[in-house]
Design a protein around this ligand. Sequence first.
Ligand SMILES: NC(=O)c1ccc[n+]([C@@H]2O[C@H](COP(=O)([O-])OP(=O)(O)OC[C@H]3O[C@@H](n4cnc5c(N)ncnc54)[C@H](OP(=O)(O)O)[C@@H]3O)[C@@H](O)[C@H]2O)c1
Length: 306
Amino acid sequence: MDSRKKIVIAGGSGFLGEAMAKYFLAKGYEVLIIARQNPQYSEKIQYAQWDGKTLSTWAKQLENATALINMAGKSVNCRYNEANKRQIYDSRLHTTRILGEAIGQCQNPPLVWLNSSSATIYRHALDRPMDEPKGEIGTGFSVDVCQQWEAEFNNASTPHTRKVILRTAIVLGKSGSVFPYLLHIVRLGWGGRQGNGKQMFSWIHLEDFNRAVHYLIDNEALSGVFNLSSPNPVSNQMLMQSLRQKGKFWLGLPAETWMVRLGAWLIGSEAELLLKSRWVLPTRLLESGFQFNYPNLDLALDELLT
Ligand SMILES: NC(=O)c1ccc[n+]([C@@H]2O[C@H](COP(=O)([O-])OP(=O)(O)OC[C@H]3O[C@@H](n4cnc5c(N)ncnc54)[C@H](OP(=O)(O)O)[C@@H]3O)[C@@H](O)[C@H]2O)c1
């Protein structure tokens, strides 16, 4: 049994990176984040600077790490014009490539490397859920980003470092981008379905996301692709209804598809983020024995709304 206790989080300055850094700090790990700027959210968290595309002095921080976790990637909550698309690709592909090269230079490389991907890699699914063994990969820009991201990761040769791909569903946390946004539109009275409301919403509570990452680090037999999503996805209609009921908001106007498209355009985003049906199950996590603290949306919303 290896006694090292150091977690390195590339892209550790964002929503998930910060939550994960604090989680592992509380578990007694030494935590170091790699980012373009020091977010300084805790004095106890160490920091190394990179530009996200060049191998330099930050690379030696990977020596003797228990785990390297890559959370870097420009937010997909933007308009998909050519410049943004290029940055969405580059911020994922370049970071993954140089992290693989950095591992290759280590005398004592990390025991495990977990690289972010997304549950959006699966097709728009209204007929059946997608899981690791039987899920079908979709088409289009966001899917292509995930496929190239995973290919870059799979191409890296790290013979002494176990590799795990995190196909993460939408992470619900009090300060994260999606939950506060949904709560905001519900508070404005627009808490009805979006589009026809039949599209599925796969989600995971932030605490379970961190716990699942920890579980994958600790379980040396686990490698390859894992869906990080709760076992109980809901339809968009059910999501909005639950939010309204739990938050005690009586008015819930629906937003028809054209309104979602117009609204997304007005705020510089993409309607796909709300209208794509992401129906994903965490089969491999469940089969390996992982237990969710928040398996149902009701439980998750009770905690998020406190
Ligand atoms: N949040 C979710 O629900 C969710 C779901 C599925 C997958 N994911 C994926 O998980 C990862 C983390 O998500 P998040 O919600 O924490 O995102 P976030 O808050 O936007 O943080 C993204 C991180 O990426 C870094 N980054 C952005 N552009 C970069 C670039 N060009 N080069 C290097 N680093 C760059 C940022 O660091 P700087 O300080 O250097 O800018 C930041 O630390 C992303 O790759 C995202 O696609 C998230």
